[in-house]
Design a protein around this ligand. Sequence first.
Ligand code: GLN
Length: 466
Amino acid sequence: MNQTTVREYIEAVRAGDVNVAEFIAEVMEKSRKIQERYSPFITLSEKPAAKPTKRGMIPGLPISVKDCLCTNGMRTTAGSKILGDYMPPFDATCVKKAKAEGGIIIGKTAMDEFGFGTFTTNCAYGVPKNPHDPERSCGGSSGGAGCITAAADFPHVAIAESTGGSITAPAAFTGTVGLTPTYGRVSRYGLIDYANSLDKIGVISKSVYDSALMLSVMSGHDPLDSTSSDKASEDFTKFEGKDVKGMRLGIPKEYMSEGVDARIRRALMAQADRLAALGAKISEVSLPMTEYALPSYYLIAISEASTNLARYCGLRYGMQGEMAGMDSDRYFSKVRTDGFGDEAKRRILLGTYARMAGFRDAYYLKALRVRTKIINEFKAAFKSLDALIAPSMPVLPPRLSDIKELTPIETYNMDILTIGPNMAGIPTLSVPMGKAEGLPMGMQIIADHFDEGKLIAIGSSLEVIG
Ligand code: GLN
């Protein structure tokens, strides 16, 4: 059963050919071993399979959940010390849906604190190591999700989250598939927010089919999340293998600049050739607003993050400290000093500054106007194109020791290719596109709002021949 695909495994469970309880016990044993080697988890499930079922869309399927998503009775930290002992009394809607369809939660995956990072190195609980080279990063902020997906020798999918690229980056660096759905497609009820106008819940998996299946499980309107779209869920697996003949695909030239590793650019052109051989029409396009995407993203993200983090004051939310002999200001300051890591503190300071009276119009509101222009630019491109293709990340997975030497700005610049679509709230699918020096590279496919079906068709067509 170990090397079987998700699809084959589910068929076998339905047919009654698998003892799910025994299989999950094996999966937990393997997960503990993977944890010792690569640290993908913050918490491993203790009793994962209470009552395995043969019913639902994903019966008996092992699922990992990024640690910013609430899991009933299971510790949920968002990668932060300040939530170190938070035990949610409820499941996030996406987790609830996964369980209702038969999924079995095996653990909570490592992440940058509150999602603040690109390499899963801003961590209160240990840094996951890339299974392709343990000295290198898994990408972030959903690094644990990428790590376990790449390392697992059993059928598994990871529920992950992206604000500005946190699904694409780990998918690219770990050689896995990452689906970031349209903003609003999946309910965020039970997500510990990073930046509310940007956060999206998605999937990291071994194959395009698995991501499509999980999107079918998780999507749909949720009255508990007022930003969730009223689009009903559908069977996204039906787009797998759909013909790409005649599809019009654009390569944005701003995503192929000198700053992108030449090996990655070459691999992208090879993918374009494969798609052309399948009958797709490839052309170059220009998205000039790309230049402004990164600074405006960081303004919006940190402004919203700093308001979200205000609630962790040591009284209403989060870690509590010894109060005796302290006035409230000193108490709040002590809890926040002890509870937040460096990157969270940096973003609280910058975000608070950007929202201050007098600066708000110049920074936050201006950044929102830039976002509208970015959305309009993508919308205009999709009038004559079915999708865009581009590299997922500008670099190969870096060494963890080299990441320590990067300045914050150098780190933020690594998001240059993922920020645009994330700002626009449009869906993307990152698929593996071979290796350079033994390290995985990823290609992202970008489509218009609610066009996940096209992503699945294009991504799966490359799997067949790639
Ligand atoms: N690297 C980006 C950031 O730090 C995106 C992270 C994310 O999508 N959560 O904001």
